[in-house]
Structure formats: C-alpha cells, structure tokens
Design a protein around this ligand. Structure first.
Ligand code: ZN
Length: 324
C-alpha cells in the first residue's frame, strides 16, 4: 500500500508539474491532463477510499491522512464518510436511502426510481454526464449538502471544529492547485479547458468503476417488506446480492482500482485493506456456495461495462415498470 501510494502521488506531482512548467502545446497538455485526471481517480480509489473506511492502516491518524486525499482531489473526506461510508454501505441499492444511486432526474438507475420519456436515451447520454460528476462534486455538491445539512434524504450534522477546518481548508487547497496557481502562469481559458479535460476523465473513471459494482443486471434492488421498514435479507446477504465483482483475475484492474473490482469482499469487510481482497475472495465465494447465496461477477471489465449499458437501457424502457 505504501509503495502504491508513493507511485500514485509521484505520478500526480509529476504530471501536475509537467502541465505547469514543461508542456508548451495543446496536444502535449491534453493527454497529460487526461492522465492527471485518471491518477486523481486512482488516488481516490486506492488511498482515499481505504483511508475513509479505516482500512489503510492500523493507526487512526494514518487513516485520517489517507482519507484526506479526498480533500486533495477536490472532494471532502467529511462528506464522503457520510455519503459513501455510512449511507451507501448501509443501504446498498435501496432507493431513497442509498445516496450513491441517486443521480438526479437525468438517470434512472433502479426500478423504483420514476421513469421519464428521456430515460429511453440514458444508455447513450449518461456516459458523458458521468464525466461532469467530479466537477459538480468539487464545485457544487459538497457546499450544497453542507448548507442544506442533508445528503439526499438523510439529515447530516454540519461539520464543526476540526472537521469544518479540514472541509474549508481542503477546498481552498484544491481550488488553489486547480485554478489559482495555473492561472498565475497560463491563460485563464487554457487552465479551465485542461481542468475540464482532467476532471472529465476522473469523473468517468470514478462513476464507471462504482456503477459496475451495483448498477448492473445481476445486482438486486430490494425494498423494505411492506410497511415494516425492514429488509427481507440479513445484512451480509443483502450486501452480497446487491453487489457484483468484476475482472477478479486482472492484476492491472485490482492495482489501479483499489480493489473496487472486489466490491462484494469490500462490502463485507470494508475495514480490511483492499490488497487482501483477491485472497479473501476465494473464501467468500466458497462460503456463498455453502450457504446458497448468489455470488455474482463479471469475468472482465468490458463485460461489466456492457452489463451496465444494458441495465441503463432496460431501466429507460417503459415496459420495465408497467404500473407507472
Ligand atoms: Zn466503500
């Protein structure tokens, strides 16, 4: 984990400095900005995600620093803890409760979400919109959620003291790296253009990797039984049946995506560092077999993407929910 963190941080600093001081033409700058965006996504997957789940280290303060890499890449470790660590992990794929499957009116990701006529085309237009999500997150969502004191339908206490300091300082540091320093050295429009390129790549990478785990054909979207506010399945069964692994045999995917191709294992054991997931996966799969719980996976990243595409298409069709 430490070697991986060092490699990612070195890639981040090198590509950032190259953009600031080395490149002189747009055709050099655009691919480096795209690479920088993907590196930032990698920092979020590998360092921020594990740190935020207390899975990076046995020491709390190291996890805290690792989680703060979300602030470095323009997000907020405080908001992420609630949105992802609490609401997504507790209420996986339960509409109205899992804030990670709420994309607003433009996307219908679960059968319980209302369908509008334009969802018919969502399997085409959502992909570029995924690219906008990182920018929206950095500039709008975190501030909006804090001002409202809510994330989705959930009330969340506003950050105070140290948390508030990290939130504000994190945003200021990120904005300084993204806009202020580059604009002191380069034309404003070039900086904004390269910001969009980098964040578009980061947004697509982050969205697609998370969608492949939960928003595919094999994932369940269960709801509470009647008015009981209780789920039919036990917690662990719910986590497994709402989640799908992908590309478990790919060392490249596992390294780059912070073990997020092993989301079943991650959802069962979020506090265990992701480098252990490939070994754990064999035990989890075997245990699922023994207890008759469905263990779903896509053999490759590509087949996961294809399944997400088909699910989006299915959710956009009117016949899926005839009652509506
Ligand atoms: Zn997680």
């Amino acid at each position: 984990m430490y070697v991986k963190s060092a490699v990612l941080m070195t890639a981040f600093v090198t590509s950032y400095l190259a953009l600031l001081f080395v490149v002189t033409t747009w055709w050099q700058a655009v691919p480096i900005a795209a690479f920088l965006g993907l590196v930032l996504a990698g920092i979020g997957f590998n360092i921020g995600h594990d740190g935020g789940h207390n899975g990076y280290s046995e020491k709390g303060w190291i996890n805290k620093i690792a989680a703060m890499s979300f602030d470095l890449i323009g997000g907020s470790s405080f908001q992420w803890h609630w949105k992802h660590g609490v609401f997504h992990h507790t209420y996986v794929n339960i509409s109205g409760h899992d804030t990670d499957i709420e994309t607003g009116i433009l996307g219908r990701l679960s059968p319980q979400q209302p369908r509008y006529w334009f969802h018919r085309f969502q399997h085409i237009y959502l992909w570029p919109l995924y690219g906008m999500l990182a920018m929206k997150w950095q500039i709008f969502d975190d501030w909006n959620d804090i001002i409202r004191g809510r994330i989705g339908e959930h009330k969340v206490r506003r950050p105070r003291g140290k948390d508030l300091f990290i939130f504000v300082a994190g945003k200021l540091v990120a904005y300084t790296f993204m806009f202020v320093i580059p604009m002191l050295l380069h034309p404003v429009l070039s900086v904004l253009g390269l910001y969009v390129v980098a964040m578009f790549c980061m947004g697509v990478a982050m969205s697609v990797v998370f969608q492949l785990a939960h928003v595919v054909e094999d994932a369940e979207f269960p709801m509470p039984v009647g008015d009981t506010n209780k789920m039919e399945n036990a917690w662990a069964v719910h986590q497994i049946e709402t989640t799908v692994d992908f590309a478990r045999d790919s060392k490249i995917c596992s390294w780059l995506m912070g073990g997020l191709n092993f989301q079943i294992e991650h959802h069962l054991f979020p506090k265990i560092c992701h480098i252990n997931y490939p070994e754990m996966s064999k035990v989890v799969e075997q245990t699922c077999k023994e207890f008759g719980v469905r263990f779903s996976e896509h053999k490759t990243f590509r087949s996961g993407v294809a399944s997400h595409y088909r699910w989006l298409k299915k959710m956009g069709q009117p016949e899926v929910t005839p009652a509506m």
